[in-house]
Design a protein around this ligand. Structure first.
Ligand code: ADP
Ligand code: MG
Length: 763
């Protein structure tokens, strides 16, 4: 801990390291601000003159400079970068290094460590093309610096050119990752800086201070562009333009989190000082990185907070809870709602009773009973004389919901209808008319069908079953079908918390974190094709014990005929060759609804032992007596989908099993994904892993959801910062809803969000 000394003449002695940490240098002016917990000392930032609208406009214009006008870039490099989405100076500034290399000192060859990128120098002893035992050609050079030798290798090279430049006797400075192969240390495709005769090491290093004697940045997206060229470009961009990036973060917030001004942060992130911490740099934890990330998160969260306020300020329908249908339903159900279902339901009811529209997400693992909660909420709306729209992403899912909900509503005397794309002619006109007249209470269909075709008399509640993705657009369109109806979104994809906060910042979140009693973790194993017979043995054993089994076949597209054929053939073959004595059912998306219902009902009544199915059964089917699931070509499924499928077993007591059948050879990624399934039944962990492997954009289809791509932040890595930024943004807006004290924050917000944010009362 640093001790501060107060001297007699009322001055404060700041130790050098403290001043440094504060970013204060001799000659700087400092200022003192009062905060809740004491005084805040910080460098005086002469921001005022820069924040005039004109100065601001000039800065923005500078940042928009196309890269082709930057000396170090020129038209050709600019064109290559443009292909990768890096067009302006601002794009380049925010193209941060993906990692950093330590080139501060030269390591003697004898002391080179394996597994790290290092810099060493030496003389080439020998160099030539060699042919490996496998008949491949590679180029090898042996280098020595007197302390030891090391082999350099190339697998792609131009033999003539390579031989000419890598001549024995030549000296150079080499950079690369050192690897150990048996007794030999090697560097593959090293970088080199040649020394000419008479050059000593120090001179050469001093001659190129951008690439040596420092921690150097390594940039992403540089296919076809050397790191040296990128560094030269970025150096110029940072020096010429970083100062034009303006800080808009309220001063007290920046100070509270110890953030630095953006121009400095950009400088440090691109070209860190020699005393920087390499580990922090590579994990994105330097003050510079944190400052950039926080800034990005803060404006995102502020926008979301504002959007949410806009929603809650709107007038909605104040429902009353009369229990006309909800109570009888509870009496009909053969089970009690779980505590989690009851809690979420009361959150929903509170929202529905409020005079503002509800915007709530129910999140819960497969089989936790979301549909039941949705039905209860629907009945509240129906009790109040309103209609309910339930939208599912596919026809099959819509049908499942219909079958599920219809079963109960029939007994309650509540009218439910399914609108499908195949509905034609008179039947269609009639149905749509009845909905428009308000005669049908609950309407179920796909997103597309409901949006395109259906008009409601009195829409009070819209339920969006998103399953895997999130469409803000869909929610908005649904809203327009009524006068500010309540909106409930359901998802079976457990979204990691940090991601939920980001993507769903304007939705309230309810989590059903409990499964109905009697569910047991499913034992999961990856099994290779070669052991297929053993798998059949397991299935047979389970059936002998009086249990049932699923065999799932991948069906990438519902319309893919070849896959359909595969599932059909599979069923036939199993029946003929493997289980001639057992009863096998077949379920796929091409069956008509009644046929599907028939197949499922037969399985439920134990009239079939094995159900061969495509992913149709991903939802809806619930047979506790089924204890084993075999998933063919498991590597073709997404993790979340596998988790959904697996959720169909483990519903009775006792042990259930899931077997992931795969061909002998898996890609590294494929294997990693499937191992996750083996190791856990926790949907959240699976989702996190899925997110890590696929990246957030792909995971949620965030582009479609209207969420900006992050420039510098990484929501997996920076979760803590995101939480802080979110809290600060919400608090700020609470204190100053119009942002009237923060005009710069306000204009920056509009600038960053552009048209994507319908800013209530701000734009
Ligand atoms: P989700 O939509 O969350 O995947 P569902 O609503 O489809 O889950 O419920 C899965 C199965 O569990 C259904 O058969 C449903 O009837 C049943 N179920 C729902 N809630 C309960 C409960 N509290 N106790 C027992 N079974 C329940
Ligand atoms: Mg469901």
């Amino acid at each position: 801990m640093t001790v501060l000394r107060l001297s007699d003449n009322c001055t404060l002695q700041l130790p050098v390291e403290v001043a440094k940490a504060l970013g204060i240098a001799p000659g700087d002016r400092v200022e003192l601000t009062a905060t809740e917990s004491g005084y805040l000392l910080q460098r005086h930032q002469p921001t005022a003159p820069n924040k005039t609208p004109v100065a601001e406009a000039i800065r923005r214009k500078n940042l928009a400079t196309p890269l082709q006008y930057v000396k170090a870039a020129g038209p050709k490099l600019a064109e290559m970068l443009a292909k990768k989405g890096v067009v302006t100076v601002e794009d380049a500034l925010y193209l941060l290094p993906s990692r950093y290399e330590d080139r501060r000192s030269i390591t003697p060859v004898a002391r080179l460590k394996t597994g790290a990128t290092q810099v060493f120098h030496g003389e080439i002893l020998s160099a030539d093309t060699v042919t490996t035992r496998g008949g491949k050609k590679q180029f090898e050079a042996l280098v020595s610096d007197g302390t030891g030798t090391i082999t350099l290798k190339w697998f792609r090279f131009n033999p003539v050119w390579q031989k000419k430049s890598w001549r024995p006797g030549r000296k150079g400075i080499f950079t690369g990752e050192v690897a150990q192969y048996g007794p030999q240390r090697e560097v593959h495709h090293p970088d080199v800086e040649w020394l000419t005769d008479g050059d000593d090491l120090q001179t050469v290093m001093a001659r190129d201070p951008l690439n040596f004697g420092r921690i150097v940045p390594v940039y992403p997206l540089t296919e076809g562009i050397t790191q040296k060229v990128m560094r030269r470009l970025q150096k110029e961009v940072v020096e010429e333009f970083a100062a034009d990036v303006t800080d808009h973060l309220p001063r007290e917030i920046a100070a509270r989190h110890g953030l630095m001004p953006l121009p400095e942060a950009l400088r440090d992130a691109h070209f860190p000082g020699t005393d920087a911490d390499l580990t922090c740099l590579n994990s994105g934890e330097t003050v510079a990185h944190r400052s950039l990330v926080f800034d990005e998160f803060f404006f995102l969260e502020l926008g979301l907070a504002l959007k949410r306020r806009g929603v809650t300020m709107e007038k909605g329908i104040p429902f009353t809870v009369s229990h006309t249908y909800t109570k009888p339903l509870l009496q009909l159900l053969p089970f009690q709602l779980t505590a989690a279902q009851r809690r979420v339901l009361s959150e929903i009811k509170a929202d529905m009773m409020a005079p503002h529209p509800m915007h709530r997400l129910i999140q819960g693992d497969v089989g936790c009973g979301k549909t039941m909660v949705a039905l209860m909420a629907s009945l509240v709306a129906v009790e109040n004389g309103y209609q309910v729209a339930i939208m599912a992403p596919t026809e099959i899912l819509a049908e499942q919901h219909f079958l599920n909900i219809h079963h109960w509503c029939e007994q309650l005397g509540v009218t439910v209808s399914l609108v499908t794309a195949s509905l034609k002619g008179k039947a269609k006109t009639e149905l749509l008319q009845r909905i428009a007249a308000g005669e049908l209470s609950i309407v179920i269909g796909t997103h597309a069908v409901i949006q395109d075709k259906v008009e409601f008399a009195r829409l009070g509640l819209g339920i969006v079953d998103e399953q895997h993705r999130f469409g803000v657009l869909q929610r908005n369109l649904l809203k327009k079908k009524g006068t500010n109806p309540d909106i409930l979104v359901m998802t079976a994809t457990p979204i990691p918390r940090t991601l939920a906060m980001t993507v769903l910042g304007d939705l309230a979140l309810s989590v059903i974190d409990e499964l109905p009693p009697g569910r047991t973790p499913v034992e999961t194993r990856i099994v290779f094709e070669s052991r297929r017979q053993q798998v059949y043995g397991i299935v047979r054993d389970e059936v002998k014990k009086g249990h049932q089994a699923y065999v799932i076949y991948p069906l990438v597209e519902e319309t893919e005929k070849s896959d359909l054929k595969a599932a059909t053939q599979m069923a036939e073959q199993l029946q003929r060759d493997v289980f001639p004595d057992l009863r096998i059912g077949l379920l796929h998306g091409r069956l008509r609804p009644e046929e599907k219902e028939g197949v499922m009902a037969a399985f439920k009544r134990r009239e079939t032992d094995i159900l061969v199915a495509t992913t149709v059964i991903e939802v809806g089917i619930d047979v506790p007596n089924a204890t084993v699931m075999v998933i063919e070509h498991a590597e073709r499924f997404g993790l979340s989908q596998l988790h959904q499928l697996r959720g169909r077993v483990g519903r009775g007591g006792g042990t259930s099993r899931c077997i992931l059948l795969t061909p002998g050879r898996l890609t590294e990624d494929g294997e990693r994904r499937l191992r996750v399934m083996e190791s856990t039944n926790d949907g959240f962990r699976i989702a996190e892993e899925d997110l890590t492997i696929r990246g957030p954009g792909d995971f949620l289809g965030t582009r479609q959801a209207g969420i900006p791509d992050f420039r510098v932040a990484n929501i997996l890595r920076d979760g803590r910062l995101l939480e802080n930024a979110r809290r600060d943004a919400f608090v700020l807006l609470e204190r100053d809803p119009e942002l009237s004290e923060y005009p710069e924050v306000r204009s920056e917000l509009v600038n960053r969000w552009g048209g994507r944010l319908e800013l209530a009362g701000v734009a």
